[in-house]
Design a protein. Structure first.
Length: 278
């Protein structure tokens, strides 16, 4: 067993274990991630975020002084980006005095992303480019086929705008929706969205590698972008309610900002099994 320091945080109840490893010298194996995210045998979380200086990230050729958001899904797999995680990561860096600014540039596997603290205490994440696929695809769930929109927010999404006859709250998302692997060879997050108003949405999500979560920041952006396409243009403001709370998205010239809460709720130490001894 090794003793690791950690923090626990969440953004609209999408929760994360956060680790500080400036040089990336401590191994972080999939088994250890699964242990940390286990809600009965570990700490419990939707994912793990490790803070590493970019200079120590293999293959990174950008600014070496940036902090890199090393994000892992609950099953131990790597992920490109996480919108709620980005806001929580920014909060973590600020509260740990690892940065001296409230307006940050973060290195991620999806490229550079910005995050800043707003005067009301919420965090605003600059999510980068949002790309909406030109052709609809199909998602199969519980024996029913739904048309869906492909959206790239640095990670892949399939957004289902539900017909009025289907109750969002009645969906059972314990099983993963079926996707065309030719379109999504690495899988994708799937959002089921109810349109409550022109720029008001409600959403539930099944995240690859984690299952259903109470919120997904990139999924909220993807849902807003898919809805905007039906209104004839990608720009504008949208509010999205998820089981964990409410988030706001602004789309402008193909880029997105995501605004919402981000809090650190606990700090401590945890005994982590060494996978080499199991």
């Amino acid at each position: 067993m090794d003793t690791w320091g950690f923090a626990k945080g969440h953004g609209t109840r999408n929760d994360f274990v956060l680790l500080k490893d400036r040089t990336g010298s401590a191994p972080l194996e999939p088994e250890q991630v699964r242990f940390l995210c286990d809600r009965h045998g570990g700490i419990g979380a939707d994912g793990v975020i490790r803070a590493i200086k970019a200079a120590h990230v293999p293959g990174w050729d950008g600014d070496p002084d940036l902090w890199f958001m090393d994000y892992r899904n609950a099953d131990g797999s790597l992920a490109e980006m996480c919108g709620n995680g980005l806001r929580v990561f920014g909060r973590f860096l600020m509260e740990e005095d690892l940065v001296d600014s409230k307006d940050l540039v973060i290195a991620t596997r999806a490229g550079l992303r910005g995050v800043r603290e707003l005067p009301d205490g919420r965090m605003c994440a600059h999510m980068g480019a949002v790309r909406v696929g030109p052709e609809p695809i199909s998602v199969v769930h519980a024996g029913r086929r739904y048309p869906a929109t492909v959206v790239d927010v640095g990670n892949p999404h399939a957004v289902v705008l539900l017909p009025e006859a289907v109750e969002l709250d009645g969906l059972d998302l314990s099983d993963a929706p079926l996707l065309d692997r030719a379109v999504f060879p690495q899988g994708a997050n799937v959002e089921f969205v109810r349109v409550d108003g022109e720029r008001e949405l409600s959403m539930r999500v099944h995240e690859r590698g984690s299952g259903e979560t109470l919120s997904c920041g990139t999924g909220v952006v993807a849902a807003a972008a898919a809805r905007a396409e039906t209104l004839g243009g990608p720009d504008g403001h949208c509010a999205v309610t998820v089981p964990g709370g409410r988030l706001e998205v602004t789309l402008d010239d193909g880029r997105a900002e995501l605004i919402g809460p981000a809090v650190i709720i606990a700090r401590g130490e945890v005994l982590v099994p060494d996978p080499r001894t199991r």
